[in-house]
Design a protein around this ligand. Structure first.
Ligand code: ZN
Ligand code: MN
Length: 477
């Protein structure tokens, strides 16, 4: 059995104004306040293309290795739905701005990108479940009408749901690094439709099923897995798989049939007569290319080469530009890069993940982490205490020195104050000392443990270990 998966991804662009009018884009605005004759489709209103939209689309295209076309054009995709006041969506059907790109997955597998085109979003409907009146009604908010989107269409190159999820995450990281899309799936700023078909062991291929409304990275994987299961069963039962559009229901974690799939010609595409051909010059494209920021993969590569970071750490740090700039600042403050990466990946990010919030440099100031790492590396506090202090900084934002002082966490590494405690432990454990003298050196660990207890965990275990040996060997009397 083989599964074939292709994705169609819509990404909302972070422009200040809409694609074809001067209306502001503001998700927090009251319904139907950011609208005008153009985006609500009033007769005679004419669209004017937002230059920023073109720039963002080109940036995205270049970042996923597409060919950018100097000439592209807009078309009308006609359909009737209440959230579409014009009765058509302006899109690029016949001549998209970018084609022929790809992204490589971690496994080295290449997922080709067929095309990227510019289009506009539709309005938003609010149905009776969230109703404010007694009768069943649907409300409509046109603020989202005309918000610019890019649609990214892959070739059907993925064979596992994990690959689709990885592709989505990778794309999100790139779009965020470019600052062209917030990448937030939960808010609908990044939306994924998955096309799934299954070929069974006898070579019979199912029809292609499209799953829509997938609103999280986890659900990309769940929805596709559910569909693979469902289609395989229909094939096993010897029935026909319907060519249809299904929706992901995150409550029941199933897909449900929405409609039989419309054919392309149902949309009666034709060139948009109100917009001229879109031309961008070679030099404009070249200029955008020169100004692209360093992308996550390039950054990870650099971290591995320049700082000798482990691949996993390099990947985790480089995919989020807030994390990577935090890391680079820490390194610029003369903290060892490997140390920096370990603290960020193993300790710091874990705190944010536990609260399911995005990494935010304000919660643990770089100077605080620097101090903490220095205290730990010099043996002033134990690694365990450092973890405790980090948790407290994260919670309260307090200064690490104050927390260390208040909790009395400084390790005792001063010989003069440790020797008496060690001698006491040795005296109380004469049988263990006998074993040591017979050559069983591993008992040192046991004695160190007891000294740690004796000093209430405040001794530096490394120093204690050295001292215990010296005392047992008679080097210190
Ligand atoms: Zn408008
Ligand atoms: Mn579309």
């Amino acid at each position: 059995m083989k599964t074939i998966i292709g994705l169609e991804i819509h990404a909302q662009l972070l422009t200040e104004t809409k694609a074809f009018c001067a209306c502001k884009i503001d998700v927090n605005a009251k319904p139907n306040t950011n609208i005008c004759p153009v985006c609500t489709g009033q007769p005679g209103a004419l669209p004017v293309l937002n230059e920023k939209v073109v720039e963002f689309a080109i940036m995205a295209g270049l970042a996923v290795n597409c060919e950018i076309h100097e000439t592209s054009s807009f078309d009308r995709k006609n359909y009737f739905y209440p959230d579409l006041p014009k009765g058509y969506q302006i899109t690029q059907y016949f001549h998209p701005i970018a084609t022929n790109g790809y992204l490589n997955l971690e496994s080295g597998k290449r997922v080709r990108i067929r095309r990227i085109h510019i289009e506009e979003d539709a309005g938003k409907m609010i149905h009776s479940s969230e109703n404010i009146t007694e009768s069943k009604t649907s409300l409509i908010d046109f603020n989202r009408c005309g918000v610019p989107l890019i649609e990214i269409v892959t070739e059907p190159d993925m064979n596992k749901s994990e690959e689709a999820k990885e592709f989505m995450e990778k794309l999100r990281d790139i779009l965020r690094t470019l600052d062209v899309c917030s990448g937030n799936m939960e808010e609908g700023a990044l939306r994924c439709d998955a096309n799934v078909s299954v070929i069974d062991d006898d070579g019979r291929s199912s029809s292609r099923v499209e799953v829509k409304n997938i609103n999280s990275f986890r659900y990309v994987q769940y929805a596709i897995d559910y569909e693979i299961e469902r289609i395989s069963k229909v094939l096993r039962d010897g029935k026909d798989v319907k060519h249809e559009t299904r929706g992901w229901d995150f409550v029941t974690r199933t897909t449900v049939s929405l409609r039989s799939k419309e054919e392309e010609n149902d949309y009666r595409y034709f060139p948009e007569p109100d917009l001229p051909i879109l031309k961008v010059s070679k030099s404009q494209i070249e200029n955008i290319k020169l100004n692209l920021p360093e992308l996550p993969d390039q950054k990870a590569e650099r971290y591995m080469k320049a700082y000798n970071l482990a691949k996993d750490n390099a990947n985790i740090i480089s995919k989020d530009k807030i994390i990577s700039s935090y890391f680079e600042k820490l390194v610029s403050l003369k903290i060892d890069p490997k140390d920096s990466s370990n603290w960020i990946v193993n300790d710091l990010i874990a705190l944010f993940n536990a609260d399911s919030i995005d990494f935010n440099a304000d919660k643990v100031p770089i100077e605080s982490l620097k101090t903490l790492i220095e205290y730990t590396n010099s043996g002033k506090i134990s690694r365990l205490s450092a973890k405790e202090v980090l948790g407290e900084i994260y919670k309260s934002g307090r200064n690490p020195e104050d927390i260390i002082k208040e909790r009395n966490l400084i390790q005792v590494s001063d010989k003069n104050s440790l020797v008496p405690a060690i001698k006491k432990v040795i005296e109380n454990n004469q049988s263990v000392v006998e074993q040591y003298k017979k050559g069983k050196t591993s008992v040192v660990g046991f004695l160190v443990g007891n000294v740690m207890k004796e000093t209430k965990g405040k001794a530096d275990p490394k120093v204690v270990g050295e001292l215990v040996k010296k005392i047992l060997d008679g080097e210190i009397v």
